[in-house]
Design a protein around this ligand. Sequence first.
Ligand code: PEP
Length: 251
Amino acid sequence: MRKPFIIANWKMHKNIEESVAFINQIKAALPQVADEEVGIAAQAVALSSMKQTAQGTSLQIIAQNAASELAGPYTGEISARSLADAGASYVMLGHLERRRLFHEDNQIINQKVRSALTTGITPIICTDDKMVQAEVNGEIHYVFDQLKGVLKGVDPAHLQKIVLSYEPSWAVGSSQTANPKVAQQGCHRIRQTVANLYGSLLADQVRILYGGSVNPQNIGTIMAQPDVDGALIGRASLRPDDFLEMVNWQQ
Ligand code: PEP
């Protein structure tokens, strides 16, 4: 049984004070961790204050990026170890905006995944819609190669806890409403690819999230898809009431 995981991706919104105020507003209404995981991915400088504010709750604190190296002369970078020290239990890696705006490729994302795993912080690995377009064109190899690239050298024991996400580029940050069928197709393809790489037992266990214009109105139908285990939510996660409504999508 895969536990649902609902994540707010705040991107470069909310300063420390706003992040803390948001958690104070939602924390009493968070679900039990046994039923569902809930996390917020925020700017690195806010993580430790957020962790302190969330103490005693099930809220997971998530970093939005990490350095590919563990330590060294990398001015301006933040290591996975420091993010873990600041209170992050997860780190998002390979988000569409990192690939598109900061030119991250499979190789660098793979290095980041491996560094994060070394320090005990769990990667949430994002993949975008080139996979589904490739699938439509019949180029299944591309699907396989992208995940194969970012998961290169990752031990099956680690894969059990890694979280994957499917975010079609046309739906992220756009006005196009997410289509539950597309969400299901993309997540299913990712699961099949994991099965090819690691076997069906692990593929059945790995959690795969959908991201792209999820909101309080459409989350129910998206979460109802058999291969969708959670949602990665950008814009609609910025208001506490909307976020709580999506966290409680089952009600
Ligand atoms: C995202 O950036 O991960 C995202 C899904 O954004 P939005 O929900 O705004 O489309």
